[in-house]
Design a protein. Structure first.
Length: 256
């Protein structure tokens, strides 16, 4: 009998502290994006496990055509305004995706899975209804981990360049979350369920790789603080990041 992955609850109300923010962001995106198709909530707010003042606002926004330069500028301003006016969040992270890409058969294990099992529709036609339930499979892990090497290089370059403490802390958080999520993807095919939180990612991963406890502890420092020197964050990216990439490639050669 097929063992399908869980879906996020789309019926229960979100945490009250975040409701004004969610209403504001939907209104703002409707006003600023001409080609808006639908808006989806991801991350800890979608899981109803957000921490006020700490959690990010994570959105996936589907559009029917690329954003214009003017729209990109307006959206950047909207994100800054939301972060300033709603201190319940630490940052705004919006992923933009074209409708054609979501519906492409080539992207089913990325966007189909993402919308079906990791998203809650806030506005528009709910595209998750276009897809059936997914089972654990290596194709999902590949869809989310194939860019890990390039992503870690890009974050390392951002860390090296920035002279802003705020930016540095944000990049460290991004690096830690990217590596932790990638660690979970190494074992996702074999676990019972799905990891929606950082701690769940760590727990599933350490059940398979118990000798990586120290590395996981360091990832949580990158994510939650305290702030570490640049050389420490770069070391984690280059050393543990390289291990993640190598392990991913090893599994890919075995499974294909």
């Amino acid at each position: 009998m097929a063992k399908f992955l869980p879906r996020l609850d789309s019926q229960t109300s979100f945490q009250l502290d975040f409701m004004p923010l969610l209403m504001a962001v939907v209104t703002d995106l409707q006003a600023q994006v001409t080609a808006l198709h639908s808006i989806y909530l991801n991350g800890s707010i979608a899981y109803r496990q957000a921490t006020s003042g700490v959690s990010d606002l994570n959105l996936t926004v589907v559009i029917t055509s690329p954003l214009t330069v003017e729209e990109q500028h307006r959206i950047a301003c909207v994100s800054q305004t939301l972060s300033r006016n709603y201190p319940v969040i630490s940052a705004v992270d919006i992923t933009w995706v074209l409708l054609d890409d979501v519906l492409s058969i080539a992207s089913i294990f990325k966007w189909g899975f993402w919308l079906k099992h990791c998203s809650v529709c806030l506005y528009g036609t709910n595209l998750s209804e276009q897809f059936g339930d997914f089972e654990p499979c290596w194709e999902i892990a590949k869809a989310f981990n194939h860019d890990i090497a390039a992503a870690l290089v890009a974050i390392e370059q951002q860390i090296r360049r920035t002279k802003s403490i705020t930016e540095y802390q944000y990049y460290c958080r991004c690096a830690g979350k990217k590596m932790l999520r990638s660690c979970f993807m190494l074992v996702a095919i074999d676990v019972d369920g799905w990891a929606y939180t950082d701690q769940q990612c760590a727990n599933f991963f350490l059940a398979r790789y118990p000798n990586k406890v120290t590395e996981i502890e360091r990832l949580f420092v990158l994510i939650n603080g305290p702030q570490v020197p640049k050389k420490a964050s770069i070391f984690m990216l280059s050393q543990f990041g390289a291990w993640i990439v190598s392990e991913f490639n090893n599994i890919e050669r075995k499974i294909g």
